[in-house]
Write a protein that binds this ligand. Structure first.
Ligand code: UDP
Ligand code: MG
Length: 316
């Protein structure tokens, strides 16, 4: 039934973005309408507590191409995008944020590049309009990620991208709970490239990505794409053991051969702090992996949908 499938889906995660939605909707429809009349826009309301749902429903009432998925609570950015991708039916899909930092006007260029036989085309933000803190932390995170994984994740790319149906289908088969979507998309291995895109300032409101959420995403990214940190613990253990054995040998030598008593409260305390610090750090790293294994084996659904609205009204 490919005749009835939309040419293009646009998936947008939304969390308390009431001030941005009208501007986003009008700019997006103006752009997409020129590309194809056969599109769908899927807004995923990730547990917003403001007027987001009301505004989204007003778009759906006006425009049958708009669909609104409402989560029961806040499940997180990458989970919201996952739900939109699971639900979308387009031959290709654009994913973008709702705050107009990703510019709808750049979508045609992403699609043009895709026509050159790419399955994934992501935007590379040339003029990144984020706070210095966000830029610094994300540079730091991506630099570490690149060292730990073999994936080529562009330091200036975010979620804004277009991908083909076969990428969307591959993603649907990846059921991991602690999701790092950019990594998963890259993992599919389909031909991918990036093009420079304009990046805007957040149109209104404040970032919905707290530092804790960013850290969570970073840990998800590391743990789901690399086991190197576990290897590093092993190396650290070997190094500390070598130093300890050498120090122990030296102390025994001092005592037995030179006849000098063991002295030094300071050295004992320093060693104690150092070793317990290393042990706690190692436990933390192991804990991060075990916690994620635990979450995964519980096998709960990734998200819970309260309602899906499409007009003419169909509730699934
Ligand atoms: N978002 C979401 N769930 C969350 C946090 C954010 O769906 O728990 C959405 C948010 O509404 C926006 C996108 O994800 O559309 C990116 O969030 P934001 O712009 O606040 O992140 P930043 O650009 O500051 O990193
Ligand atoms: Mg943003």
């Amino acid at each position: 039934m490919t005749c009835c499938l939309p040419e293009l889906s646009v998936v947008i995660p939304v969390y308390n973005e009431e001030e941005n939605l009208k501007e986003l909707y009008s700019r997006l429809v103006a752009v997409i309408g020129k590309i194809t009349p056969d599109y769908e826009i899927i807004f995923v309301n990730d547990g917003s507590s403001d007027n987001t749902q009301k505004i989204l429903l007003s778009f759906a009432e006006r425009n049958p191409s708009v669909k609104v998925i409402k989560f029961t609570r806040n499940f997180g950015h990458h989970i919201a995008v996952t739900a939109g991708l699971d639900y979308c039916r387009g031959k290709a899909a654009v994913i973008m944020d709702a705050d107009l930092q990703d510019q709808p006007e750049e979508i045609p260029r992403l699609l043009d590049k895709m026509a050159e036989n790419y399955d994934i085309v992501y935007g590379i933000r040339i003029n990144r309009e984020d706070s210095w803190f966000k830029k610094l932390t994300s540079k730091f995170f991506v630099a570490i990620l690149k060292r730990l994984t073999n994936y080529n994740i562009d330091i200036n790319s975010n979620i804004f991208r277009v991908m083909s149906r076969r990428v969307i289908d591959s993603l649907a088969s990846m059921k991991e709970t602690d999701r790092y979507l950019l990594g998963l998309i890259s993992y599919t291995g389909y031909p991918q490239t990036g093009i420079p895109v304009k990046h805007g300032k957040r149109f209104a409101g404040k970032t919905k990505y707290s530092f804790t959420k960013m850290m969570g995403l970073f840990l998800n990214a590391v743990t789901s794409f690399s086991v190197k940190p576990l290897g590093y613990i092993g190396v650290l253990g070997i190094l500390v053991s070598l130093v300890s054995f050498t120090a122990a040998g030296y102390l025994v030598y001092r005592r037995l051969v030179l006849g000098l008593g063991v002295e030094g409260w300071t050295s004992i305390m320093v060693t104690l702090f150092l070793v317990s610090g290393i042990q706690l750090l190692s436990l933390g790293v192991i804990g991060a992996y075990i916690g994620r294994i635990f979450t995964q084996v519980r096998n709960r659904p990734l998200y819970i949908i309260e309602s899906i609205t499409e007009y003419p009204v169909t509730k699934r």
